[in-house]
Design a protein. Structure first.
Length: 94
């Protein structure tokens, strides 16, 4: 098998931000949507609106936004260091 070594010299900040935001949204949704429905169900049964449901919705919106911002920051830091020290090297096989 032929091995090819490649170097990742640049990461597009917006692209990495979108990927991290999508991952964060997926994980957050899996964890919080069932909790949201439980809170709504207990609110209906008790006939009392609970502000925890608003917190869950707020969290579902804010966490991906923070994930996007973090992804952009990480990509910019990586790009800064890859210019000075070189990027990550990966080995590809045919």
């Amino acid at each position: 098998m032929k091995k090819i070594t490649k170097e990742i010299k640049y990461l597009e900040p917006a692209s990495l931000g979108k990927v991290i935001a999508a991952i964060v949204f997926g994980i957050t949704s899996l964890l919080l949507i069932p909790i949201f429905f439980i809170i709504i169900k207990t609110s209906i049964i008790n006939k009392h609106f609970d502000f925890k449901s608003l917190y869950v919705l707020f969290t579902l919106v804010v966490h991906p936004v923070l994930g996007y911002i973090l992804g952009v920051i990480i990509a910019n830091i990586y790009n800064l260091f890859s210019k000075k020290f070189g990027g990550l090297e990966i080995i590809l096989e045919d």
